[in-house]
Design a protein around this ligand. Structure first.
Ligand code: XIL
Length: 339
């Protein structure tokens, strides 16, 4: 059977998987082999986030990311970086919130950002072809820019602009991406409007943003089948983003099945149908260059442990292309067909 990588190559698309430094993922030879067979790209699920790389001020730890990226290099996989800065406070290490930025806090905040972005991008150098520079800066509740220790000292938009400029300076070879979800069961219209407003402001400032990462944690609440509002709205969003000249990447694909029936055959078919509709629409944009899955087997998926919205019936989620035994499910065929 054809692999996802082969299917995607025929239309010039990269396929990737998010790998985590855990015994059942990077530590599992069968899962590693599956990733290398099906994909041409890996991204670290958590190991290149700020709290992993600089857990304490000035103390960097690249061990986990280096191990995964070295393996990727040996297997001929390309590497994406996720993410230099994540806006909401809870995804930056707590020490930043209470950090003493000195007598001139704006200069102090700029220095801290510059040191982190320079140290991380220079550490990985040309190994990383594409960086998520800023992740989830827009609040889905109202479309406003979220606040954190940096935005309070520098201003929200100036801080985002600065992150991209620093990334361009220190990783001039890399594609620079703004990554966000824009979809979901609450506030999506406001979220999309907020992201468009941000992208327009960055365009006006000349900020070096090359592409927009569409996380694509999809679910039954945003069924995009023809004739449905969700589809029309998603097209409108993608038209606006590509109209501004940005490229697109699908950066974190999986399917949340919490509103689909418990019965496994019906659920797997429903997951596959949602994926096919979403991918047919989104991949019809030639600006999409990458399709990255956020885990490829159900037992390693973050959906299983993500406690904000579990299934009401207590069953575990089945939102990735392979089951626990690494057997392909209908979702695999749906993705293969869509690529
Ligand atoms: C998730 C990881 O998958 C989890 O292991 C971790 O506990 C929390 O973060 N959007 C993103 C990703 O940009 O970084 C998130 O990853 C999933 C949602």
């Amino acid at each position: 059977q054809a692999t996802l990588k082969e299917a995607a190559a025929s239309r010039g698309l990269r396929v990737g998987n998010a790998m985590a430094h855990a015994p059942d993922r990077f530590g599992n030879a069968a899962y590693r082999a599956l990733t290398a067979r099906q994909c041409g790209v890996i991204v670290c699920e958590n190991e290149t986030k700020w709290q992993a790389l600089q857990p304490r001020p000035g103390a960097y730890d690249f061990a986990a990311a280096d191990a995964m990226f070295a393996w990727a290099g040996r297997e001929g996989l390309q590497r994406r970086g996720h993410t230099l800065v994540w806006q909401p406070g809870k995804w930056l290490p707590a020490w930043i919130e209470s950090h003493d930025f000195g007598a001139r806090p704006a200069a102090g905040a700029e220095r801290l950002l510059a040191t982190h972005i320079r140290t991380v991008t220079e550490h990985f150098g040309r190994d990383v072809y594409s960086w998520d520079v800023v992740n989830e800066a827009v609040d889905p509740a109202d479309g406003a820019l979220r606040a954190n220790a940096f935005t309070r000292r520098l201003g929200a938009i100036d801080q985002i602009d600065l992150c991209f400029r620093l990334a361009r300076t220190h990783a001039p070879h890399a594609q620079l991406v703004y990554n966000d979800y824009m979809r979901g069961d609450a506030g999506s219209a406001k979220h999309r409007a907020g992201v468009l407003k941000l992208l327009e402001a960055l365009k006006a400032k000349g900020t070096p943003v090359d592409a927009v990462g569409l996380q694509s944690h999809i679910g039954s609440w945003d069924d995009v089948r023809d004739g449905k509002d969700a589809g029309r709205e998603w097209r409108r969003f993608l038209d606006a983003v590509t109209g501004m000249g940005y490229r697109l990447l699908i950066t974190e694909f999986d399917v949340n099945d919490r509103e689909l029936p418990g019965d496994i055959a019906r659920r797997d078919a429903g997951v596959a149908a949602l994926a096919k509709d979403y991918l047919d629409l989104t991949l019809s944009y030639p600006q999409v260059t990458d399709f990255v899955m956020w885990g490829m087997a159900d037992h390693v998926s973050w959906l299983r442990t993500w406690d904000e919205a579990p299934r009401k019936d207590g069953l575990t989620m089945r939102g990735t292309p392979y089951d626990e035994a690494l057997r392909p499910k209908p979702l695999f065929d749906a993705i293969l067909a869509a690529l």
